[in-house]
Design a protein around this ligand. Structure first.
Ligand code: PMP
Length: 441
């Protein structure tokens, strides 16, 4: 049996709600970090992580977790992979940042353009947010149009296009998004090609791009959705952008382009590309990408894409080491097998306890949807309760997003996570019935 997690009654978290910061026990995270967090996505238990190795992480109090968060996805080789560490240490002694052209970035770009698909040439950035923002800007400059079509429920990072839409109407999911950005955003429904056709019929001539996650969140596209989307974009002169920040090097080495066999015009990479260090890229057809060439700086549709640390050599060597491991034979078969084992197990537990919901995802990803489709949002309380309990049982995961599986997770660890999930669901149900009984007395 895998020995992880804290030896505690899972109903009560004995840890302080606000994690003390190392070396400054009097400082609480919420005093110095907004929301006590590094992100808008927060874990339901405060953990302050100290170290990671392989599939495991340890918090400052010494609790050990099997890590299915994997830094929100980049660490497909697990933590502190020896080849990545060795490459990074070697590069650090030669210099950590240049801004100028450097050999590791050049080598990584060469690997990217060798991937079958639309990527003929690339430009690096540091985050997935930047990659999708730059792709949209390129599409606008190329077409001379302003509007962008996104799909309800998609995610493309922290810029203004994180307008996820609600029942087909553009609605900002964040404060501070200008009305003009909302006005330029058209929202269609993923897997509903009719909703794209309708939008094109109205906005086609002013639409610069369709920005899509080819696997939206963890939902697979229906078989004909992406090919038809590509055909529609081509005939309307609209740039098709695959946001592969999540799917790139995860569903297959060639990402969603390879996995679903569809070629867009532009692709955004992030997460795995930097092997756990900040790195992203936008790439695609030379005809569009060339608009970012500084030689065209005086042209009216020149696209400014820049970043101090873009193409950083430390990130690039970490990415190169990661890609080399992923190119070994059998890697994707293994990742898919582990992912399937996890999804099957989680679905079985949902079924055992009669929970309305489903498990989606393909490849090394599993996402649990708790809600009853007839009652949107109905499963949120249950999800949070189960997530909290899972973490206390030693399984670090963010159920709001997904389980990420790495090459170093073992089948025993997957089974441990599934058992912990079942136990967490059972405990959550018992708690709800106890409350109901108490209220009835
Ligand atoms: N696009 C997609 C599909 C993503 O999943 C994410 C991050 N989860 C982003 C863009 C944004 O990437 P980053 O957090 O690196 O800015």
């Amino acid at each position: 049996m895998v020995q992880v997690g804290s030896d505690v009654d899972c109903q009560e978290d004995p840890r302080p709600r606000s994690t003390a910061i190392a070396h400054s026990p009097e400082v609480r995270a919420g005093d110095v970090l907004v929301g006590g967090s590094n992100s808008a996505f927060v874990l339901p238990v405060n953990v302050c992580l100290e170290r990671g190795s392989g599939s495991r992480v340890w918090d400052e109090s010494g609790h050990e977790y099997i890590d299915f968060l994997l830094a929100s996805g980049p660490l497909i080789l697990g933590h502190a992979h020896p080849r990545v560490c060795e490459a990074v240490v070697r590069q650090l002694s030669k210099g950590s940042a240049f801004h100028a052209l450097n050999r590791p970035a050049l080598e990584l770009a060469t690997r990217l353009v060798q991937i079958p698909g639309c990527v003929e040439i690339v430009r690096f950035a540091s985050t997935g947010t930047e990659a999708s923002l730059h792709a949209v800007r390129l599409a606008r400059a190329y077409t001379g149009r302003d509007k962008v079509l996104v799909f309800a429920g998609s995610y493309h990072g922290s810029h203004d296009l994180s307008i996820m839409g609600h029942r087909g109407v553009a609605r900002a999911e964040s404060g501070g998004v200008p009305r003009s950005a909302i006005g330029d955003t058209i929202v269609a429904r993923f897997n509903d090609i009719g909703s794209v056709e309708d939008s094109l019929a109205i906005h086609g001539s002013s639409l610069a791009a369709v920005l899509v996650e080819p696997q939206q969140r963890s939902l697979d596209p229906l078989p004909e959705f992406l090919p038809r989307l590509a055909r529609l974009c081509r005939s309307a002169g609209v740039v098709l952008i695959f946001d592969e920040v999540l799917t790139g090097f995860r569903l297959a080495f060639g990402g969603a382009q390879e996995y679903y066999g569809v070629e867009p015009d532009l692709v955004c990479y992030g997460k795995i590309l930097g092997g756990g260090f900040p790195l992203s890229a936008v790439g695609g057809r030379r005809e569009i990408m060339r608009l970012a060439d500084p030689a065209l700086a005086s042209a009216p549709n020149f696209v400014h894409i820049s970043g101090t640390l873009s193409g950083n050599p430390v990130s690039a060597v970490a990415g190169l080491a990661t890609l080399s491991e992923l190119e070994e034979p059998g890697v994707y078969e293994h990742l898919h097998k582990l992912g399937k084992r996890l999804r099957t197990g989680l679905a079985r537990e949902l079924n055992t306890y009669g929970i309305a919901g489903s498990v989606v995802g393909s490849g090394p990803v599993a996402a649990v949807e708790f809600s009853d489709p007839a009652q949107p949002g109905s499963g949120l309380v249950l999800r949070e309760a189960v997530n909290r309990d899972l973490i206390l049982r030693g399984v670090l995961v963010q159920l709001q997003t997904r389980f990420y599986v790495s090459l170093v997770h073992t089948e025993a660890e997957i089974d441990f996570a599934v058992d912990a999930f079942g136990a967490a669901v059972r405990a959550a149900i018992q708690r709800v019935s106890a409350i109901e009984e108490a209220l009835a007395v």
